[in-house]
Design a binder for this molecule. Structure first.
Ligand code: FEO
Length: 616
């Protein structure tokens, strides 16, 4: 019986899951199974993007026939000729005699290598940027060689802005009834499998993945449809950001991965003592026994953590077999940009340390700590100092992650409002667009709240027009002001209302984010565009939580902090020569004349309440 999934009105998932496979590609265990995705576009012409592995070919065919609903298949687009995505090719050629195979020249060669079929008259060869029109949809082909094989290409549906990404953005794990990444807790349940898939399948080809990411950056993408794992229609930036880190071999987290190979437990013991020492300093640690944990998991962990410790006994005058395999695997997957420390063991001739180092020296940007610990059979008391010294050397290159409890005994049990000014706020122009109206205001409340997905929050005073515009449109941009921003910028955006002023009036430049929100190209070192996912009413302010949809750096100039603004940008409040009773706004300098300040008074310039006024 068919089991298909509708993605949009004319796009259907016709793939299948395999939970019986023990070893993907014969080498990677897949305890959670794996999905083989295939997508049918039902336009005026029908087009299928890839097929599946032979293990699930039967279910795939049922799905496809059901989705076609009696129509014939016009095009089979072969993005990737690896057999786990092309096992259905010959069957479809026989079943649909008029079907054309859409592929590139390299793919054609691979089809002929894998199959004894004469298809020259049935192929439609495409190259970089070529398009195929199926009726409503225009598909554009983008070459992605070595992500994962040389013939790989991806397909961009320019009509619905869908990127069919071949192996890119794939993930191990069967889909279990879901199809979209937002239907599951991806970070908790699948990120490890996505990383393991990336590191082991395309980890070696970081440069090529970077090239693909650069091409993708120029596209507006509403959805990513990979050949394995979940379809992305929300938080696309989060998986793109992970791919940027992985493809540039930048660690995701500061912390130490300790992988050890131990025959009688003594090397393990030294590794445990090191881990305990590091934890005592508040440093995150993970440990793997390389003889037990599959290498693919350890390779994935090495892509995650910033520091790697290898502890291995010497065996047959070399590195212990499982550790030797791991080190070779890591080198083959191009691991780079890591700090490495080594513990070696050997009862009569410890050599494993030097051999591990020799192999990893071929990798780029490996910072070897010189504090190698060399054991003869087992760690002795006098060598605890060596472990201390290794832990110290690691700690010296890592910020402590210890949670320190602040001493509270002498702290006054009061709320001093001036304490709030000690917070290290930045200053920003928050902009929004509603139809033809562009507007902006000054805020100091833009904060990154999560890295994955990349989210920020902004708290905006309800008196501001920008507030209402964001509430209505759900989109904004934050221009991060620099120390060179003159007071005029703060006056323009902070001391007038957009209801009676054109905040951008007289601006020569019309710089906008991809979503069309205007931003400040001058006195700004970076711009972050946000799409609101949630908003919370906090009386005078609304707190908007937003996914970062775009972010770019404009200059290296330092950001203006709240403190810098007070000390260097804001003119000092002008106290009237003839003394008058009154209050001055500490934020913008506005002077209120009078003996008493009404409780509900709001500064007409900067909209701050009476708690930000002080007596003249
Ligand atoms: Fe699942 Fe490179 O293929």
């Amino acid at each position: 019986m068919y089991c298909t999934k509708k993605i949009s009105d004319d796009l259907i998932w016709v793939g299948a899951n395999d939970r019986r496979l023990a070893m993907f590609e014969g080498v990677y265990s897949v305890p959670k199974g794996v999905s083989y995705n295939s997508y049918l576009l039902q336009d005026e012409k029908t087009a299928l993007l890839d097929t599946v592995d032979k293990a699930v070919a039967h279910r795939f065919l049922e799905n496809l026939l059901h989705a076609l609903d009696g129509r014939k298949l016009d095009y089979l687009i072969v993005q990737h000729m690896e057999p786990d995505h092309s096992a259905g090719l010959c069957d479809l050629l026989a079943r649909y005699p008029d079907m054309k195979i859409v592929c590139n020249q390299k793919t054609l060669a691979f089809i002929q290598q894998f199959h004894d079929v004469e298809i020259a008259s049935r192929v439609h060869i495409v190259g970089e940027g070529d398009t195929l029109n199926t009726g409503r949809h225009t598909l554009r082909f983008v070459m992605a060689p070595m992500v994962h094989w040389p013939e790989v290409m991806v397909t961009y549906d320019a009509t619905d802005k869908i990127l069919f990404s071949a192996d890119g953005f794939g993930c191990f794990g069967a889909l279990n009834g879901a199809l979209f990444a937002d239907e599951v807790d991806f970070s908790r349940d699948y990120m490890d499998e996505a990383r393991r898939y990336y590191a082991n399948i395309v980890g070696k080809y970081g440069t090529q993945v970077e090239t693909l990411l650069d091409k993708a950056a120029s596209l507006e993408i509403n959805m990513i449809c990979p050949l394995h794992g979940f379809v992305w229609r929300q938080n696309i930036q989060s998986i793109l950001a992970k791919y940027r880190l992985w493809s540039t071999y930048e660690p995701e987290e500061k912390g130490v991965m300790i992988a050890y190979a131990s025959v009688y437990g003594n090397t393990e013991n030294a590794a445990e003592i090191l881990a305990a020492n590091l934890r005592g300093q508040g440093i995150k640690t993970v440990m793997f026994d390389v003889s037990v944990t599959p290498a693919s998991e350890i390779v994935a962990a090495a892509f995650r953590w910033s520091h790697l410790v290898f502890a291995s006994t010497t065996y047959n005058a070399g590195v212990f077999v499982t550790m030797e395999a791991l080190i070779s695997d890591l080198a083959a997957h191009n691991i780079q940009n890591r700090t490495v420390a080594i513990i070696e063991n050997g009862s009569w001739a410890p050599t494993s340390g030097g051999l591990i180092r020799e192999k990893l020296e071929k990798c780029k940007n490996i910072n070897f700590l010189e504090n190698t610990v060399s054991l003869k059979s087992a760690l002795k008391t006098e060598q605890l100092a060596d472990i201390d010294s290794m832990a110290g050397a690691i700690a010296a290159t890592l910020p402590s992650q210890a949670v320190k409890t602040a001493a509270t005994s002498a702290a006054p049990d009061t709320v001093d409002p001036m304490t709030m000014f000690k917070l290290s706020y930045g200053l920003f122009v928050l902009t929004a667009r509603d139809g033809d109206k562009d507007n902006g205001c000054i805020i100091n409340t833009a904060v990154q709240i999560t890295e994955n997905p990349r989210r920020i929050s902004v708290a905006v005073n309800k008196a501001n027009l920008t507030h209402d515009m964001i509430l209505k449109t759900g989109a904004f941009a934050v221009s991060i002001l620099t120390e060179s921003a003159p007071f005029a910028v703060f006056e323009r955006f902070g001391f007038h209302s957009g209801r009676d002023t054109d905040k951008f009036g007289g601006y020569a430049t019309d710089s906008r984010t991809a979503g069309g929100v205007r931003y400040l190209p001058e006195y700004t070192n970076g711009v972050i565009a946000g799409k609101v996912t949630e908003s919370f009413d906090y009386g005078t302010h609304t707190l908007f939580i937003a996914d970062v949809t775009q972010a770019f750096v404009l200059s290296k100039e330092p950001s203006a902090t709240y403190q810098y603004y007070f000390d260097n940008i804001k003119p000092k409040p002008q106290v009237p020569k003839e003394h008058k009773e009154g209050f001055v706004c500490k934020i913008c300098g506005y002077v209120y004349e009078g003996d008493t300040l009404p409780d509900d008074y709001i500064c007409p310039l900067c909209k701050h309440g009476i708690s930000d006024f002080e007596k003249l």
